[in-house]
Design a protein around this ligand. Sequence first.
Ligand code: URP
Ligand code: ZN
Ligand code: ZN
Length: 582
Amino acid sequence: MSSAPVKKVPIHLQSSQNRLLIKNGRVVNDDGMEDADVYIEDGIIKQVGRNLIIPGGTRTIDATGKLVMPGGIDPHTHFELEMMGAKSADDFYKGTRAAVAGGTTTVIDFVLPQKGQSLLEAYDNWRKKADGKVCCDYGLHVGVTWWSPSVKKEMEQLVTEQYGVNSFKMFMAYKDAWMLDDYDLYCTFETCAALKALPQVHAENGHIIARNTEKLLAAGVTGPEGHQLSRDEEVEGEAVNRACVIANQAKSPLYIVHMMSKSALESLQNARKRQQMPVYGETLAATVGTDGTHYRNACFRHAAAHVLSPPLRPDPDTPQVMVEALADDCLQTIGSDNCTFHEKDKEIGKGNFSKIPNGVNGVEDRMAILWQKAVNTGVMDPCRFVAVTSSNSAKIFNIWPQKGRIAVNSDADVVVWDPRLERTITAAAHKHAIDFNIFEGQHVVGSPQFVIVNGRVCLDDGDLRVVEGYGKFLKTPSNCPYVYGDELPAVNDRVDAAPQNASGRFTNGTPTPTDLTLVNKHLEGLGISSGCSTPTGRKMREVGQRDLQSSSFSISKEVEGLETKTSVRVRNPPGGKSSGLW
Ligand code: URP
Ligand code: ZN
Ligand code: ZN
């Protein structure tokens, strides 16, 4: 893959980019697949179907044997973040360039103010860092790292149309830095509920971590393994439960970022039984793609490069359990938490693990890693892959169907995915600013061949041609129908009630509930798991139980059937129908 960046090419000079036809592919959305061509003009999907009437001079991409999917949405990145005495190495240019290389066309980064800093000031700083650099569209969550009446006022301002923020992240860890106590968490959740915004939490018990850290250092445990030892699973599980209780008391929905353990999943599953409002769970590419055994590596550079919080778990089953949790709709999204640090910065923590800047790579490899671990193994079908890598984030953060969907009037953020493309992940070939990759040496089958960002071909048959500053800031409106809409069984009403965007250019071509039954019958006949994304009526398994038999999906069968299979469409809520959340 060549990586030569193209600097600020005026859009009007890219005439051949203005009209694009993607032909002969299989279009995959979260609720169904169909053999269809996709015609794009001026950054918008204009037609989806067969036998389209296309203006002359349109560039054609032949997607025979390929899947045509909505560009990935990474709901969790930290570009150019100052934390623990260092600044994350991927800035908004290199970070979004890496994102696009891997098939992600939208990222949502976190504004993280210092304690005492104005949220609006921090937001402005983030916009200044990002606006001229991003290669794809980006949105912003804002961290609430301290609490006061002025913070509440600024949250009210941030959710207005002027700022376009609908989600706030609170920390239950990072004591003496970003951590809030339970009273303040309660207040922030109440404020989010009143503003119809979505609170997010980093769920770990910061007090226990602080005390364990003191004890480990006193006992002479100073290396990276101490990071994991200071915060084992129940420290995460307790915080997930507490966050859910506080959200329930505050009558607030909740989104739990970077869930890393079976204990966390267990707490989430239990809480959901009693929760009045939806609780969503996110895991990370790191969690499904690698594990905590690396903290024991004798090489400090290697071990420290894996340090993030919550930590990777040494339990060998956890990655597989996380994949299954995504497939079963226990978890709704997979992010990257991309927060890379140069080796010299990780070395700040040589001799004291608690000072190692926290963060790993993932924005580039998130989609390929999940495809490899989930689709190639038969745990997840391509529709569910689209749901957890793209559409669910679009729905939860209220940018759907502008983003996260291949449909007329959606933004032309499209990935032509080659399920047969083989490569080995290496730091030498990746696009990140650092020279270490936590997925080093992993062989993956399935990667993007073309990535189209707002109508522009930015990965062109493997050639990366991003444009610095081409992306734009994406406002995320509050009062999301997938978070604050009417409860089930109005699932289908909710889809219909999805807001039109300002220009009113969204149409709703989703099928009726009757179609769903017919489609399930059709799929059963084909020997494919009933329901494309999360099978209807399928009972969620207990955490940790394997059920590889439940999906008879086979990618080779799918690809072979490309020319012959009829269109199938089902519709599920963002988390699939089995969650009972919708
Ligand atoms: O280790 C991590 N996750 N670093 C980024 C900051 C955060 O907590 O998300
Ligand atoms: Zn966090
Ligand atoms: Zn993070």
